[in-house]
Design a protein around this ligand. Structure first.
Ligand SMILES: [Ca+2]
Length: 295
């Protein structure tokens, strides 16, 4: 070999840039109330790219790229059904791939949060939020300061968790509702709850006691009908008595003519009618549950 006399052909070996694996840390807001028409939501994380894919419920959707740590999406009524909606960000190859963690924002049946309210009535809703992939969803979430809330004539069924209070509450009436097939309490009264009233409700197949009383002052609970419910009775309860719905499997929670809930309720001036607007009482006394039996 004669050193220094040979030249080599130049070869370029390119190492391609590798896309990051995205990571999602949070979404804001993480939950909204059912019935919301449209909302802008923001996904925070790392490794986002202009040509990332954002999957919502497993389907790619348009998004706004702010920077590698923030993406925006717009959710419409079509997207905002009750329950859980997984969100995952996927980056293109080379490498890239799906985010290591995916977000599970959710829709509660009802939300009253982070403010103050007085004189609110929640009525005539049909709330059903089946457990999704082991996640226990809430019928309702209540924060803030709440005065004189009435929850009446609602149907809550096939839902994991009930009305959940982590609030300062003075005056709440949960009256003449029908709760069916729930995995947890129909109501959890935590926070600072004064003067709660729980009357005239039907509880059917609840795998917990029908109400959990946390830091509660002067509760007035009783005269409800409970069937296949854990725990023990409150004063005046019809305990272990089948309410005889028209069709449990068909989700028809009207009462049969032989129902023991008929004329078994207390008179409650806060409940002048039923789920369908029929005047209460029909017959001599109030019925228990969301439907007043119509002869
Ligand atoms: Ca009646």
């Amino acid at each position: 070999m004669r050193s220094g006399q040979q030249s080599s052909i130049g070869v370029t070996f390119t190492v391609p840039a590798v896309n990051p694996v995205p990571s999602e840390i949070s979404i804001s807001p993480s939950s909204v109330a059912a019935g919301t028409d449209s909302i802008d939501a923001w996904i925070s994380g790392t490794g986002f790219m202009t040509n990332s894919i954002v999957n919502y419920d497993g389907v790619a959707m348009p998004f706004t790229f702010v920077d590698s740590t923030l993406l925006g999406i717009t959710l419409s009524t079509h997207d905002l059904t009750m329950g859980i909606h997984p969100i995952q960000v996927v980056n293109p190859v080379p490498r890239g791939g799906p985010s290591r963690n995916s977000l599970t924002p959710h829709i509660d049946g009802v939300q009253m949060s982070w403010g103050s309210s007085s004189g609110t009535i929640i009525e005539k809703n049909d709330i059903s939020i089946p457990k999704w992939s082991g996640y226990c969803e809430q019928t309702g979430m209540f924060n803030g300061t709440i005065t004189n809330l009435i929850i009446r004539n609602n149907l809550v069924h096939d839902t994991c968790r009930g009305f959940n209070f982590v609030a300062t509450v003075n005056g709440i009436s949960i009256v003449n509702n029908t709760f069916v097939n729930m995995d947890e309490y129909s109501a959890e009264l935590d926070g600072d709850v004064q003067n709660p009233v729980v009357h005239n409700n039907i509880y059917y197949n609840i795998t917990h006691p029908y109400v959990r009383l946390g830091a509660v002052t002067t509760p007035d609970v009783g005269n409800n009908l409970a069937y296949q419910v854990q725990g023990s009775s409150f004063p005046g309860d019809l305990w272990g008595v089948d309410p005889r719905f028209m069709s449990l499997s068909g989700k028809d929670f009207h009462l049969q003519s032989t129902s023991p809930a008929i004329d078994a309720g207390m008179s409650i001036s806060e409940v002048p009618n039923d789920y369908e607007g029929n005047t209460r009482p029909k017959g001599p006394r109030y019925d228990i549950g969301a439907f007043e039996f119509q002869k």
